[in-house]
Design a protein around this ligand. Structure first.
Ligand code: VGL
Ligand code: ZN
Length: 240
C-alpha cells in the first residue's frame, strides 16, 4: 500500500478499534510462506549470466532479489542444469545444427542450445553471490546424455522422475514458490510440473529472467496461468 493511502486510511478510521481491523487487512494482502512452503531456486548458475555459455538477459539481477526472498523461507531447494559433455540438447552434438534451432528427438521436440552447464565446470557452478543459508537440497538435472530436463521434477521424456516430487511430499511441503532462470524454460516447466504433482504454485516474476525465443515467454505465462500457477512479485511476499 502506498504511504499516502495508508495515511488516509489511518485518518479515516476514527475509532481506534478500527485500527486492528485495518492492520489485519494489511497483513492479509501479503503472502506468508510457512513451514509447508518451499522456495525453488532454478539454475542460478554462471552459465546463465553474462560471461556464461548461455547468458539470459539480466540473469544476474535475480541474485539480490532471491537472496532477499530467501530470508522468508525455512525450506529452499536449489537446482543446477548439469549436462554431460556432448549432451543431446547441445547443437554441437547434431551434425549441421545451429544453436536456437529445433529438432525432433525420440521424446519429441528439442530446442538446441550452445554447449552449456557441463558437469563439474565453473560454468555450471552456482552464482557466487547467491546466499541461501536455509537451502536443504540441490537437485541436478539434465545429466542423462540423451534426454534434456528443463523441469526440476521430470525429464523431457516425461517419464524419468528427478525425485524432487517425492522429496517435497515426504517433507510435507504443500506450496512451492519458483524463482530463477529462465522464466520461459526451466522455471515454467518446473512450475507446470509442480501443479501436475498437486502443489500450490507461485512464480515470483521479478525473481526470474527469460530467454524469450520466438515468443516463448508469453506462451509460457499463458500456459502457467491456464494451469493455475499464480504470478506474483517479490514484494507480494511478507518479509521475514
Ligand atoms: C535452461 C535452456 C537450456 C534453463 C536450461 O535453465 O531455463 N534453458 N537449459
Ligand atoms: Zn540445459
Amino acid at each position: 500500500m502506498h504511504d499516502t493511502q495508508r495515511r488516509y486510511l489511518l485518518k479515516s478510521t476514527a475509532a481506534l478499534s478500527m485500527l486492528g481491523a485495518a492492520g489485519a487487512l494489511f497483513a492479509a494482502s501479503k503472502i506468508k510462506p510457512n513451514d509447508k512452503s518451499a522456495l525453488i531456486v532454478i539454475d542460478v548458475q554462471n552459465c546463465f549470466v553474462d560471461g556464461g555459455t548461455l547468458p539470459v538477459k539480466g540473469g544476474a539481477e535475480v541474485v539480490p532479489v532471491i537472496n532477499k526472498l530467501a530470508e522468508s523461507f525455512e525450506n529452499i531447494v536449489v537446482t543446477q542444469d548439469w549436462h554431460t559433455q556432448g549432451h543431446a540438447s547441445f547443437a554441437s552434438a547434431h551434425a549441421g545444427q545451429k544453436p536456437f534451432s529445433s529438432i525432433k528427438l525420440s521424446y519429441g521436440n528439442q530446442v538446441l542450445w550452445p554447449d552449456h552447464c557441463v558437469q563439474g565446470t565453473d560454468d555450471a557452478a552456482l552464482h557466487k553471490d547467491l546466499k541461501l543459508p536455509t537451502a536443504q537440497v540441490i537437485i541436478r538435472k539434465g545429466f542423462h546424455k540423451g534426454v534434456d530436463s528443463y523441469s526440476a521434477f521430470e525429464e523431457a521424456d516425461r517419464k524419468t522422475a528427478t525425485g524432487l516430487g517425492g522429496y517435497l511430499k515426504q517433507r510435507g511441503i504443500k506450496t512451492v514458490y519458483v524463482a530463477g532462470l529462465a522464466t520461459d524454460f526451466c522455471v515454467a516447466w518446473t512450475a507446470l510440473d509442480a501443479r501436475k504433482a498437486g502443489f500450490e504454485v507461485y512464480v515470483i516474476e521479478d525473481a526470474t529472467r527469460a530467454i524469450d525465443l520466438n515468443g516463448s515467454l508469453a506462451a509460457a505465462w499463458k500456459q502457467m496461468t491456464a494451469k493455475g500457477v499464480k504470478r506474483i512479485q517479490s514484494a507480494d511476499i511478507q518479509t521475514a
